[in-house]
Structure formats: structure tokens, C-alpha cells
Design a protein around this ligand. Structure first.
Ligand code: 4AZ
Length: 288
């Protein structure tokens, strides 16, 4: 009996591995059209990034964002839930009830044919995130339906070689003082700074950072290029050697927006790849 059991086990394992390799997530990181636009704080021009998820409270405009990483999984930041921590603790609401999740968005002000709205079946906030903390700013949303029609963005490998630039996308404010959000998705190319430059930037802004390893600093020390309010949770993307898009960072916080001498702070996703995989596996066996 034993050899049979053993071979069945091997077979099922091999099957799982090949399903993983050929599955939905292996097609990650491809733009909808190959046409490329010039970046630098500009309208992306067309429905281009299929993994971008808009998080909005019911019947209001966009509040936060996320990235589709699996057929039912959206990656976002924990601080998008921060205003509701007390209401959830008091039993007035649940994290799941707060946002509706819209995929297929280029113009957030209209109802586009490509758009589809989901509800959250489950929200998983990083266990080490504490209300108001700058660290472990990461969360997962399990959707109430499958989003297989939308291409996910690729997750970084746990050990990632960083290029010198990345691209942030979103519907956030176009300046710190702006009162309106743009309708069309915008993108900006940002420089990636070293941990040392990042620590230095914190110090110069009279802040300290003890866990710089889990964050990434990107932007432009000269000012003028940054993410801002409304961009939170969205991806800071880099491309790999095949041109596939990777969610290298998550828009987390900053010192105002685009100010000279400041950089934007992004959750460094590579350090959470295992956390993400573990949560996805626990949530669903059909994720791939
Ligand atoms: C915000 O308020 C925010 N410049 C997000 C990102 C940055 C600043 C503020 C980075 O959600």
C-alpha cells in the first residue's frame, strides 16, 4: 500500500505545482495594450493597468486603492482601514463592510463598460500593524467573486533586485493643496532611493525610522514628483527583465506631497511575500 500512497502524493503535488505555474497568476503583470506612454505626472491615456483596484466607501468617491494579485485577492495597505478601527472594535461595523472594490477603472468619475464592482468577503490586516503605526502597513482583501477577467500584477520574489526607477499610479491629489481628485488615472516615474538615503531623509525631516528594511523610499528629493492623498494602498510598480509589472511597493505615507527634500514611503512588498502566500493559502485552496 505504501508505495501507492506515496505515488499519489507525488502526483498530486506535481499537479499542484504545475497548476501554480500555468495558472492565473503566471499571466501576471502584462499591460492591456503594449502602447507605452511617456511618464512623469501624466494621464495614463487609456485603460492600461488592469490590476488597479479602487476602494471606495459606498456611494462616495475613491478613498484608497489596491492591486489585484490573485483571482480573488487584492493587496492594499492597513492604514486605509485606520479611520474605522474604533467603530469596528465597538461593533458598529466590520472591515468587510467599509469599502466596495472597483476593478477596470480608467475614468473614476464615470461608469465605464470595463468596470466591475465587488464586495469584500474577508479583510486581513497585518497582525503587527497597530493603529497609527508606520510599520507593517499591509492588508489583503478577499473578494466576494472571481476577478479572473482582470490581469493581476506580479508579486516580487522574497529577495528582489531593485531597478533605479518605478512607476506609481493612481487617482490621488495632483498637489498637496488640491481639493478635487482627478477623474483619469495618472502615473509618475519615481526614483528608488537606498536605505541610507531614506534614513537620511527621515532625519532631515526630524523623524526617526527603526524599521527601514520593511519600507522603500521613492520620489524625487528635488520635489515635484510624488504620490499624494488618495493614492494610498495603490502599487509602486517596477518591471522585470521580461517587462512584466511587479508590485514592489504600496503607497503608505509621506511628509506632505512632492516637497523638496522629502520622499514618499512605500511598504516594501518583497518582505511580505511569504505573509501574503500564507494568507492566500489559508483563505482558499482554489486561488491559483
Ligand atoms: C496620504 O495622505 C499620502 N507623498 C499618501 C502618500 C504620500 C503622502 C500622503 C506620499 O494618503
Amino acid at each position: 500500500m505504501k508505495p501507492t500512497v506515496f505515488s499519489v502524493f507525488l502526483f498530486s503535488n506535481a499537479f499542484l505545482i504545475s497548476a501554480r505555474f500555468n495558472g492565473y497568476r503566471s499571466k501576471c503583470g502584462r499591460l492591456l495594450q503594449t502602447e507605452e506612454k511617456i511618464v512623469g505626472g501624466a494621464d495614463v491615456g487609456y485603460y492600461k493597468y488592469p490590476w488597479y483596484a479602487v476602494l471606495r466607501t459606498h456611494n462616495t468617491q475613491l478613498v484608497c486603492a489596491g492591486s489585484l494579485i490573485g483571482p480573488k485577492t487584492v493587496l492594499t495597505v492597513a492604514h486605509c482601514y485606520k479611520p474605522w478601527f474604533q467603530s469596528v472594535a465597538d461593533g458598529f461595523t466590520t472591515f468587510e463592510e467599509i469599502y466596495e472594490i472597483v476593478l477596470g477603472v480608467y475614468n473614476v468619475c464615470i461608469s465605464e463598460k470595463t468596470q466591475k464592482t465587488f464586495a469584500a468577503e474577508k479583510v486581513i490586516i497585518h497582525e503587527k500593524y497597530t493603529n497609527g503605526s508606520a510599520y507593517h502597513d499591509i492588508a489583503l482583501i478577499i473578494l466576494n467573486g472571481t476577478a479572473r477577467d482582470y490581469t493581476p500584477i506580479c508579486l516580487p520574489k522574497p529577495v528582489q533586485t531593485l531597478p533605479s526607477n518605478g512607476i506609481a499610479i493612481g487617482f490621488g491629489k495632483e498637489s498637496h493643496s488640491a481639493t478635487m481628485l482627478p477623474c483619469n488615472m495618472r502615473e509618475v516615474q519615481l526614483k528608488i532611493y537606498s536605505d541610507e538615503e531614506c534614513r537620511d531623509m527621515f532625519q532631515k525631516n526630524n523623524e526617526t525610522i527603526d524599521e527601514a528594511v520593511n519600507i522603500l523610499c521613492a520620489g524625487d528629493l528635488q520635489g515635484g514628483k510624488d504620490t499624494c492623498q488618495g493614492d494610498s494602498g495603490g502599487p509602486f510598480q517596477t518591471t522585470d527583465e521580461d517587462g512584466k509589472y511587479i508590485v514592489t511597493g504600496l503607497v503608505s505615507f509621506g511628509f506632505g506631497c512632492a516637497r523638496n527634500g522629502t520622499l514618499g514611503i512605500y511598504t516594501y512588498v518583497a518582505n511580505y511575500t511569504e505573509w501574503i502566500e500564507e494568507k492566500i493559502e489559508l483563505t482558499s485552496s482554489t486561488e491559483e
